[in-house]
Write a protein that binds this ligand. Sequence first.
Ligand SMILES: *[C@@H]1O[C@H](CO)[C@@H](O)[C@H](O)[C@H]1NC(C)=O
Ligand SMILES: *[C@@H]1O[C@H](CO)[C@@H](O)[C@H](O)[C@H]1NC(C)=O
Ligand SMILES: *[C@@H]1O[C@H](CO)[C@@H](O)[C@H](O)[C@H]1NC(C)=O
Ligand SMILES: *[C@@H]1O[C@H](CO)[C@@H](O)[C@H](O)[C@H]1NC(C)=O
Length: 346
Amino acid sequence: MRKRLCRRLSLALSVAILLSFYKSVQELPQVILPYPLQKRIGVSKTPASVIVLIWWYPFGKKTNIRDCDTLYNIGGCRLTANRQFYPVSQAVIIHDRDLAGNVSQLPAVRRPSFQRWVWMNFESPTHTSGLEKLNGVFNWTMSYKRDSDIFMPYGYLYPKKTEGRRVVLPAKSKLIAWVISNWNEDHARVKYYHQLSQYVHIDVYGKYHQSLQNSSVVLTVSSYKFYLAFENSQHVDYITEKLWRNALMSSTVPIVLGPSRANYEQYIPPGSFIHVNDFSTPKKLAEHLLFLDKNGSRYQKYFDWKRRYSVHLANFWEEPYCKVCQAVKSAKADCKTISNLASWFQ
Ligand SMILES: *[C@@H]1O[C@H](CO)[C@@H](O)[C@H](O)[C@H]1NC(C)=O
Ligand SMILES: *[C@@H]1O[C@H](CO)[C@@H](O)[C@H](O)[C@H]1NC(C)=O
Ligand SMILES: *[C@@H]1O[C@H](CO)[C@@H](O)[C@H](O)[C@H]1NC(C)=O
Ligand SMILES: *[C@@H]1O[C@H](CO)[C@@H](O)[C@H](O)[C@H]1NC(C)=O
């Protein structure tokens, strides 16, 4: 990634100019911009100093956008999907999946000097393609990868205000659950499941299996002792809601298959989960699970973290949008271009 100082307008100066321009933008004749009008989706209580344009609603699904002030205490943001605001937007968020490597769908109008194009992607490298065409196009990256310009994990633990004395778990009558809809025999997770299920019974839920109780993952999984938090592909930092929501929010012990144990330990305490690589064979893992099933005090130890932490599950899509606004607010006037998007991400 190349960094250089912006030789053009400083950001502060741009903002001042912007604000006056912004006042009149609503009166702009539509013809000067070749984009269809869309409704404004976020209204901030405080006067907006940062305008963030959402180029597409992710996956073409229109969603309600509340304001960043109310949600995250980030004031002065205006989130909009109205492309008329393009010339005055400090950031334009482009969702990789909707772009799908088709550069002719990028904004066709010249990029203002103060504006950052943000590449937003939450899929893993296995399910992302066409990035070579995007080298040198974007100014910032936003993804689950820690070294993104805007780091946006699927979840995290945050400290409780006061440490709890003991952890009360939901009643657990069953052993192992797995929720999977994208069933693929080539995936490492399906191969591992086949092996593990030779030694222990696993209840499988999802599209081709049992249906969830009250359509709720958390409700269903809560009555199990263990959950298979298996990622669809294995990549550094690619730790999704399978861990945060399906397992941890359901107060069950995650059995993870994803990046390395060391990588998981950057997110959650070492004693809070079981990694498939902790055992030389699926049979040995099964034996450990059956041991824990009998040993309540040892099992309970996996939940020590709950005395000190709560789980935050990412709020898609308001949270990433507001993070972009915050990043603009704290950014310096540096210019940056992501010249190696493909090799950095893949
Ligand atoms: C790329 O996007 C343009 C503009 O929306 C569209 O006309 C074209 O068919 C797309 N190309 C592909 C290969 O999808
Ligand atoms: C499940 O849904 C039914 C019907 O909506 C409701 O009566 C019941 O309380 C729900 N169960 C739980 C455990 O939330
Ligand atoms: C449970 O496990 C602990 C720690 O491994 C061990 O000290 C204890 O004896 C076990 N209790 C039973 C009933 O097996
Ligand atoms: C954004 O990237 C473009 C394309 O490389 C570059 O010309 C522009 O200076 C960058 N702008 C900022 C604010 O970083």
